[in-house]
Design a protein around this ligand. Structure first.
Ligand code: DC
Length: 239
């Protein structure tokens, strides 16, 4: 059995929290594809690579020993034996990952790897092009949006919690620059798949978003493997 639920959307839309919650609730594995582009950016930075050299980036991507350690929740992102989960979360890598993700050779290598990683089993796949490109055949597709103000506020709080010194204005600027780059790029730009269910999370808690997703799946699934989890216990477990 191989089933994929895709969740796409811009930075700060609440994708990661919701994807992890949904995966935990229905006992699916969580695939964080943004983390994979961040890993590529980290390695490119460490090696001082030229981001215009697609061929060199292709070689690097194809030789990366990138894998998720699923013994933890959320899974740890590993580069060989090195846990890079913390290292990839920085303002510098926010922007650098967006830049490397616009390179054709990088997208090809990462899309292949994402498909290989999830070819067996059941996954909640989170990213920018999950429903529109990489898993366009997925049965369940969601696209999360939120107002610019709500997205800035979420990112601002996240960064404060990480102990960074930030201002709302700085966060707003970074977010806009990255969003513009992700939406405007030629390859797999951020946009909802035609058949995705769009959920505006501006005024919703993460639990409420997951509840909407589960309701959608419940209403449309007859005999799908997911339905056995779609009960009140699953939702109570979220809270
Ligand atoms: O979700 P995130 O913020 O961790 O993603 C980091 C960058 O990676 C994002 O700015 C764009 C890119 N990305 C992508 O192009 N395609 C994906 N499926 C996931 C992320």
């Amino acid at each position: 059995m191989n089933e994929i639920i895709t969740i796409d959307g811009p930075a700060g839309s609440g994708k990661s929290t919701v994807s992890r919650m949904l995966a935990r609730c229905i006992h699916y594995s969580y695939l964080d594809t943004g983390a994979m582009y961040r890993a590529v950016a980290l390695v490119a930075k460490r090696r001082g690579m030229d981001l215009h050299n697609g061929e060199a980036l292709r070689k690097m991507c194809r030789s990366l020993d990138l894998w998720f350690d699923r013994g933890e929740d959320p899974p740890k992102l590993m580069l060989g034996e090195e846990d890079i989960s913390g290292l990839i979360r920085s303002p510098e890598l926010d922007m650098l990952s967006s830049s490397v993700s616009a390179v054709r050779e990088v997208r090809e290598a990462m899309s292949d790897l994402q498909r290989r990683m999830s070819k067996d089993g059941e996954f909640v796949a989170e990213g920018r092009d999950m429903g529109s490109v990489v898993f366009f055949r997925a049965r369940w597709k969601f696209y999360l949006t939120a107002s610019a103000e709500a997205r800035v506020e979420r990112r601002y709080r996240e960064r404060l919690e990480r102990g960074e010194t930030v201002t709302r204005e700085g966060v707003a600027e970074d977010l806009k620059r990255r969003d513009d780059q992700d939406r405007m790029r030629a390859l797999s730009p951020l946009k909802p798949a035609e058949d995705a269910v769009i959920i505006d999370s501006t005024a919703l808690s993460a639990e409420e978003v997951v509840e909407q997703m589960l309701n959608h799946i419940r209403e449309r699934s007859n005999g799908s493997g997911i339905s056995e989890y779609l009960n009140d216990k699953c939702l109570r477990g979220l809270k």
